[in-house]
Design a protein around this ligand. Structure first.
Ligand SMILES: Cc1cc2nc3c(=O)[nH]c(=O)nc-3n(C[C@H](O)[C@H](O)[C@H](O)COP(=O)(O)OP(=O)(O)OC[C@H]3O[C@@H](n4cnc5c(N)ncnc54)[C@H](O)[C@@H]3O)c2cc1C
Length: 351
């Protein structure tokens, strides 16, 4: 019986569970995450207007774990030992034959005054804060923006910020109070949304103009204060700041020897293996994957990567001779890849 450990119960972790269980009815699956729940982040954008609330966002997983025969460990991973075969948590160490890391990303919160901004993608309570703040505002300036990780161009989450921006505009119009608010969109990139293509940039900017949303583009961020956004190209008033920083790797990765990309994510090959490690896979926002330059960090990508990681892990456990490997320097080279599946071609979408 194969012992497979999964870290994280987001999109990647849960897809890995389903893919493993589909292929292997007897595998012993252990999943470690802080809570037996999935936070359905794509629906956070509906929280400020009240169109979605906790019951739509937080999905309990107890029944899912029971059905899939998963042992759920309520804890947070702090490190690995034994080349990934032992997973360390504050409540115990868990051994595995194969490991799938799916613990998501971490937002870089280095900007001075970042505590004055709400980072909506951190979860439900952040989205609820936006809802509650906007509700009690009589008017004023709302600034909405995002930045990236300069060392990892794919580790940015701009799409949801456009959704929050246009959502707020629509909401305030529906409430008959749009005229009392200034909406200001900002980003250090001169062409926001450029990863989606030139047409997308033009479309987004002309939609902002049409909706009377002002822009502050192409200036490096300096700081936030209680009532303004300060950039190298000037400052502007903001009674409420929504800001999405770039993403990097989880802090627990620092306690391991796992290979990292220059942007701090786990460095994966096209089979979702962490480079240089045997039967240690990564899926979702935790990883840096080879692929086209515009490849996004999204839930549907997390699903594709998790399905590939699960299948490759099982195939390798079922027949270790399928893949013969050798070390070259620090890298583990796969010599025979005939039975391994690669990450499916990503789909280009807005978020
Ligand atoms: C507002 C918003 C809108 C979005 N819209 C879309 C969309 O329309 N389409 C789309 O495809 N994507 C969208 N996304 C992106 C999508 O939500 C992410 O890409 C996806 O959640 C990544 O999945 P994941 O499993 O890699 O990570 P996560 O969903 O972040 O899950 C990580 C899991 O790991 C757990 N974890 C973290 N640290 C530890 C630890 N130390 N030990 C154990 N467990 C740990 C967490 O608790 C969590 O269960 C959106 C995101 C946001 C925020």
């Amino acid at each position: 019986m194969h012992k497979i450990t999964i870290i994280g119960s987001g999109f990647a972790g849960l897809t890995a569970v389903r893919a493993i269980r589909k292929q292997d009815k007897t595998a012993e699956i252990t999943l470690i995450s802080p809570k037996a729940e999935l936070v359905y982040m794509p629906s956070l954008i509906w929280v400020p207007s009240g169109a979605a609330s906790k019951k739509d966002i937080v999905i309990p997983l107890d029944n899912f774990f029971k059905r899939m025969k998963v042992q759920h460990i309520v804890s947070e991973v702090t490190g690995l030992e034994n080349q990934g075969r032992s997973v360390i948590t504050p409540i115990g160490t868990y051994e595995n034959d194969a490991l799938i890391i799916a613990s998501g990303g971490r937002f870089i919160k280095k900007l001075p005054g970042i505590e004055h901004a709400i980072t909506p993608c951190e979860g439900l309570s952040a989205a609820e804060q936006i809802r509650d703040r906007v509700k009690v505002m009589d008017g004023g300036s709302i600034a909405v923006g995002f930045s990236g990780n300069p060392k990892e161009p794919s580790a940015m989450r701009g799409g949801p910020m456009f959704e929050f921006l246009f959502g707020l505009d629509t909401q305030l119009r529906a409430e008959g109070r749009r005229d009392k608010f200034n909406l200001n969109f900002f980003t250090p990139a001169a062409k926001p949304g450029a990863r989606l293509g030139e047409k997308a940039v033009d479309g987004l900017l002309s939609e902002m103009k049409k909706r009377n949303i002002t822009t502050h583009l192409g200036h490096k961020m300096k700081q936030f204060t209680t009532d303004k956004v300060v950039t190298e190209g000037g400052e502007f008033a903001a009674d409420l700041i929504l800001f999405m920083p770039g993403m990097t790797g989880n802090t627990w990765f620092d306690n391991t020897d796992l290979a990292r990309s220059t942007g701090g994510l786990l460095k994966a090959n096209q089979f979702c293996e962490v480079e240089g490690f045997d039967k240690v896979f990564v899926a979702g926002d935790s990883g840096s994957f080879p692929g086209p330059e515009w490849m996004p960090k999204q839930a549907h990508m997390a699903d594709l990567q998790a399905a590939a990681a699960a299948k490759n892990a099982l195939d390798n456990l079922d027949d270790p001779t399928i893949v013969s490997r050798k070390f070259s320097g620090n890298s583990l080279i796969s010599l025979n890849i005939k039975n391994k599946i690669m990450i499916t071609e990503p789909i280009k979408t807005i978020s």
